[in-house]
Design a protein around this ligand. Structure first.
Ligand SMILES: Cc1cc2nc3c(=O)[nH]c(=O)nc-3n(C[C@H](O)[C@H](O)[C@H](O)COP(=O)(O)O)c2cc1C
Length: 425
């Protein structure tokens, strides 16, 4: 019976435990979580979503206040086209977030950053260039391009001195997306160092339509592996989405994947950025509590708990402070949805079809999760007070690395004795 630990991910001549903790914005995959993965020999991700608000909270900068102050005159206007990010501040914030993490890094693993290309920030090209370059300047080991896959992203940083030495990867949900990217990146003479194939059971935004249930991770992975083999492209494939147990991970590795990317299991880790109250919501959830909807203004379906406060909220768009989802013409779908409801009703608003994702992610009010969130309760123990114990990330990582036969190793809270073993439902 094989274990994940019997395999290794090889990237650029270095060996890693083949467990990647996926990027979870906004600061749900914290620096601490990413550093733990690296310390244990795997790969952790920072997220580059809304980094200025993250550094404000972590390092007491004032980027959000400054931006709001500068654009205060526009708060009541529905035209957000003049709300721009200061590129110098964006660079500074990204550099601070990444460099502090890299200075603290220990162990043989790596820390990558998940770069959400769908964050248009009212200037998609330049803000993306700044975010990518600053992360490379600050010493990030690798960049994973996600959500949006701007086909020209590699060319934005082709002149950067670290363009060839940093690991660059992409997340795709279809062979078609991979082929398009490879064609577009060809002029830079650089292939991605890894390809993450994310299936329909993942958390966050989905690279599928509302017909996501018609797709299967194993089928897409097999198709991608066949294509890469036929083209003689030696690019490691990393499977993601619904890989809940160590045995799920071993199946992926035996089918030809070089590693797995996992996230939902780590949403209840002590090092995860979600407030404990939200972690307990994840732990208490049942299958029927999970929904895939289209309230994200990005246009991508997103999976979340039905009880997320972000659903149906009617707050005023907060683009002067945030504005990460403004497209190149300063528009976000939430703004039109909000204004439509504002015209209809004078009183308290509820916007059902879209949400102010920046604000709600920042407040941890959009409870996005992978499909198997409702199985988390089977991966830990209940404490006497009725709340679940939050395990350290190391426990979850080692469960993936060493468990066999669909077993999940239960953690032992400090005051408890021997860890038990159970089958995860
Ligand atoms: C809470 C949460 C937030 C996420 N946020 C992001 C994100 O900001 N960017 C991204 O590319 N993927 C995001 N994801 C997807 C994960 O990185 C990962 O690929 C996926 O969830 C793996 O599937 P699993 O959760 O079933 O293990 C998120 C997932 C979760 C659970």
């Amino acid at each position: 019976m094989k274990r994940v630990d019997d395999f290794r991910l090889i990237l650029g001549g270095r060996e890693y435990v083949p467990i990647v903790i996926g990027g979870m914005g906004v600061d749900i995959s914290t620096t601490e979580l990413a550093l733990k993965a690296a310390q244990l020999g795997g790969i952790g991700h920072l997220s580059d979503a809304m980094v200025p608000t993250v550094t404000d909270r972590r390092y007491k900068t004032r980027y959000v206040k400054d931006k709001l102050q500068k654009h205060k005159f526009n708060v009541a206007s529905s035209d957000k086209s003049m709300v721009h990010f200061d590129l110098g501040q964006l660079e500074e914030a990204t550099w601070m977030h990444v460099s502090r993490a890299m200075e603290a890094k220990r162990g043989e693993g790596a820390v990558f950053i998940n770069c959400m290309e769908k964050l248009g920030m009212n200037n998609p090209r330049e803000t993306l260039r700044v975010r990518l370059s600053a992360a490379l300047d600050a010493g990030i080991d690798g960049v994973t391009l996600s959500a949006g896959l701007h086909l020209g992203s590699f060319s934005l940083i082709a002149d950067h001195p670290r363009f060839r030495d940093a690991k660059l990867g992409i997340i795709v949900s279809s062979l078609r997306a991979l082929k398009l990217f490879l064609r577009k990146a060809a002029p830079t003479g650089r292939l991605p160092d890894y390809v993450i194939v994310e299936g329909p059971l993942a958390g966050g935004h989905l690279g599928f339509g509302m017909d996501w249930a018609d797709y299967d991770l194993a089928d897409i992975v097999a198709e991608v592996l066949r294509f890469l083999q036929a083209e003689e492209l030696r690019i490691p494939v990393i499977a993601a989405g619904g890989i809940f147990t160590a045995s799920d991970a071993v199946s992926c590795l035996e089918s030809g994947c070089s590693a797995v990317q996992v996230a939902t299991r780590f949403t209840i880790a002590q090092e995860c950025g979600l407030p404990e109250k939200v972690q307990q919501e994840y732990l208490r959830s049942v299958e029927d509590d999970v929904v895939v909807n289209t309230i994200s203004p990005t246009g991508y379906p997103m999976r979340m708990l039905k009880s997320s406060p972000a659903i149906g909220a009617g707050i005023r768009p907060n683009c002067e402070a945030y504005g990460y989802l403004l497209d190149r013409s300063g528009h976000c779908d939430y703004i039109s949805a909000y204004n439509r409801e504002l015209e209809k009703s004078g009183g308290k608003l509820s916007v059902q079809d879209k949400t102010c994702l920046c604000t709600h992610m920042r407040r941890f009010d959009c409870w996005t999760c992978g499909h198997y969130v409702y199985r988390l309760k089977d991966t830990t123990v209940m404490l006497d007070q009725g709340a679940y114990y939050l395990p350290p990330a190391e426990h979850i990582f080692h469960d993936y690395q060493f468990s066999t036969e669909d077993q999940v190793a239960l953690p032992a809270p400090p005051a408890r004795a021997e860890p038990a073993r159970s089958k995860a439902g």
